[in-house]
Write a protein that binds this ligand. Structure first.
Ligand code: PGA
Length: 259
């Protein structure tokens, strides 16, 4: 994805029912102005996607699936495919740490989901990040390397243009533990280096990379001003329409400050 817009993604996780999510989106739409330089993406429960897709102005909000299965159809009880989400969502989270660690999504699953998203014209947001233990062992760059190789194995240079990467250190997700901006910069530089190695310098400069992990309205600007950060993936703070709209406003200002 081109880096000309800051991407602010709100991941509601398994919170808010259909009615609540719909009310929330209505409230947020009153608080947020559309800015040409900020793309706001909402990832509510899958149950609410259809309703919200009909409700929102698509110039104001895009939608994302929190998860999907990689086959397009068939006997896979309980699953939702990217082909079923096509036309409803524009983005899909892939490899979120909760999927990797709680539901054991493997590199193979993640790679197949990236492909399924691309095949169905959904932009995958490929999440990568190290655990606290890996970090303490000094393995952050190696983990990012392996997760990128695993997720992008079948992705061509042309397809890479349709992908967003999110750096989300596992220890910072939902813990209130903020990653230091310097550490985020280092990790994202390692990600861009890996992309350079795999796809060349131009691709590494052009790929859109987000930060996620306990971002709040107070801390958002600390990350948004970093030259390598092109947006945020927000969990907990996205459930509060006022906090989330503050983050969106900061993204608009942060981009202005970077230029
Ligand atoms: P958090 O979640 O902001 O609640 O840490 C981020 C995420 O899981 O994407």
């Amino acid at each position: 994805m081109a880096r000309n817009k800051t991407l602010i993604v709100g991941n509601f996780k398994m919170n808010l029912g259909v009615g609540e999510a719909s009310l929330y989106v209505h409230e947020l739409s009153q608080l947020v102005k559309s800015h040409n330089d900020v793309e706001v993406v909402l990832a509510p429960t899958a149950l609410a996607l259809q309703t919200i897709s009909l409700q929102v102005n698509h110039r104001q909000f895009k939608l994302a699936a929190q998860n999907f299965y990689w086959r397009d159809h068939g006997a896979y009880t309980g699953e939702i495919s990217a082909s079923q989400l096509r036309g409803i969502v524009q983005f899909g989270l892939v490899g979120h740490s909760e999927r990797r660690h709680i539901f054991h999504d493997s590199d193979k699953d993640i790679r197949a989901k990236v492909q399924a998203a691309i095949r169905n014209h959904i932009t995958p947001i490929l999440c990568v990040g190290e655990t606290a233990f890996e970090r303490s062992e000094g393995e952050t760059a190696a983990v990012l390397h392996d997760q990128l190789i695993g997720g992008l194995a079948n992705v061509t240079s042309d397809e890479l243009e349709e992908i967003v990467i999110a750096y989300e250190p596992v220890w910072a997700i939902g813990t209130g533990q903020n990653a230091l901006p310097h550490d985020v910069s280092m990790a994202i530089r390692a990600i861009r280096n890996q992309i350079k190695h795999l796809y060349g310098a131009k691709a590494s400069e052009e790929i859109q990379v987000l930060y996620g992990g306990s971002v709040t309205a107070d801390s958002a600007s600390d990350y948004l001003v970093l030259p390598d950060v092109d947006g945020l993936l927000v969990g907990g703070a996205s459930l509060d329409a006022h906090a989330f709209s503050d983050i969106i406003k900061k993204a608009h200002k942060g981009l202005a400050a970077k230029r």
